[in-house]
Design a protein around this ligand. Structure first.
Ligand SMILES: [Zn+2]
Length: 444
């Protein structure tokens, strides 16, 4: 029957979803609520275990924000709620697990096609570096992005955002980085902007013009960095298309010195900074840390001295095990070494066509538990509160506390530890953004 909803079947709003918050929402009958309350942010060391677990819980929201989240008996005694319960939309969570909307703080969604040739070569034994040297890798995505128009790219980005939402993600950082000219980088950021306007969640756009030296600048990395610093960053800032600037600081890509120039230009234009570092080789991170970046990402090969420096800073280490999985590496980021040293750790998908084509934060949480010796509690904290810190959104996102945004994901679990246990099994059944159902049988 046209328009009829199938009970229990997921429906995802395909048209422009209403961003207007519903006035009042009450989630009841929550088996386990992970409020993620407790302790200073970002979470470090043992504090990463704190998930603020409440059993038999409820959450009351008004105007897209949380009013109360805690034991159901306590929330239902709210004097305002007792008087106005008739005006409140109630949602029965049927004993499931409710967590803050997951935060994917590192993605590259602006690409035109999957890299199947590279993938096939890798299955035959070629390494990431060998593929890049033979003209594949990032450069093959660059040609396709330059040939695509803004609308085509925007559709690809929206498709990725919707796939992320289906897995419980309500906030996503999205990078450009496959354009590598002024116009193609701005076109990529505009595609992110277009998709963000048609997606109910929160999108944080990042300019990654310093992703790789484009072929036309071969052997002239400094020249390209000058273009990035003097033209591309100022244009993106002027048009308010980016919140952050990112750089791929890696042996054979951009040096620490070049990365510092990118950071300095970003700060001159009042943009935040973040960087890909130590994915394949260690770099001395001290000079970059002085710019107080929000996040250093990958960190697979970080040196001990840099870990000590990071433990004293507010910079979050964002670990991306999806890339290790997809590249078939046996080594994964050494989360224990970082956590035990007091470095705040976040997790993200690194969604991209070359090394991590997955939109699933629950899969990343599972990888963190199975390959990085993170406990389920630590992995969920790294995907919520600490990921919010990695995007400077900790005042509004990442935990379920009065005043914060009413963004939740509901999982069909009896126990939150199932988040790291099941893998390749999508168990997210409902998603709410700003107090509105955007995924699940109530979505409209
Ligand atoms: Zn990346």
């Amino acid at each position: 029957m046209p328009g009829k909803k199938t009970p229990g079947k997921k429906t995802l709003e395909k048209k422009t979803p209403a961003k207007k918050p519903s006035p009042y929402l009450l989630l009841t009958n929550i088996g386990q609520l992970l409020t993620m309350r407790g302790g200073p942010l970002p979470r470090r060391g043992r504090a990463l275990q704190e998930i603020g677990l409440v059993e038999d819980a409820a959450v009351l929201c008004s105007g897209g924000r949380i009013v109360d989240a805690g034991p159901q008996g306590h929330v239902l005694r709210d004097p305002w709620l007792q008087k106005h319960r008739g005006q409140v939309r109630e949602y029965d969570c049927r004993r499931k697990v409710v967590v803050p909307g997951l935060i994917d703080s590192h993605t590259h969604p602006v690409f035109a096609a999957p890299r199947l040739l590279d993938f096939e070569k890798r299955t035959a034994g070629a390494s990431y570096q060998e593929i890049a040297e033979s003209g594949g890798g990032i450069r093959s995505s660059v040609a396709a992005v330059r040939a695509a128009n803004r609308e085509q790219l925007g559709r690809m980005v929206l498709k990725a955002f919707n796939a992320m939402l289906q897995q419980g993600t309500t906030t996503v950082e999205a990078k450009s980085g496959y354009g590598l000219t002024l116009n193609d980088e701005l076109k990529s950021l505009e595609a992110i902007h277009d998709a963000a306007g048609r997606w109910p969640g929160t999108v944080v756009p990042t300019l990654l013009a310093a992703h790789v030296v484009p072929a036309e600048f071969a052997g002239q990395g400094d020249e390209y960095i000058r273009l990035v610093c003097n033209k591309i960053i100022p244009a993106a800032a002027r048009r308010k298309l980016a919140a952050f600037v990112d750089v791929f600081c890696e042996h054979g890509i951009f040096t620490v010195e070049q990365s510092e120039k990118v950071f300095a230009a970003a700060r001159r234009h009042h943009l935040g900074t973040r960087a890909h570092v130590c994915q394949f080789t260690p770099s001395g991170l001290g000079p970059l840390l002085q710019h107080q970046p929000a996040s250093f990402d990958h960190m697979d090969c970080a040196a001990s001295a840099d870990i000590t420096l990071m433990a004293r800073s507010e910079t979050v280490a964002t670990l991306l095990p999806g890339a290790n999985y997809f590249l078939g590496h046996s080594d994964f980021p050494n989360a224990r070494r970082l956590i035990d040293a007091g470095v705040p750790v976040a997790l993200a998908t690194d969604y991209n066509p070359g090394t991590s084509p997955s939109p699933s934060m629950p899969f990343v949480i599972s990888l963190a538990c199975t390959h990085m010796k993170m406990t389920p509690a630590e992995a969920i904290a790294a995907a919520t509160v600490n990921a919010a810190c990695a995007l400077n959104l900790q005042r509004s996102k990442g935990s379920l506390e009065p005043g914060k945004d009413a963004d939740f994901a509901v999982f069909d679990f009896d126990d939150y530890r199932e988040m790291g246990y099941w893998f390749a099994w999508d168990r997210c059944t409902e998603v709410f953004v700003a107090g509105n159902a955007v995924l699940g049988s109530d979505a409209s």
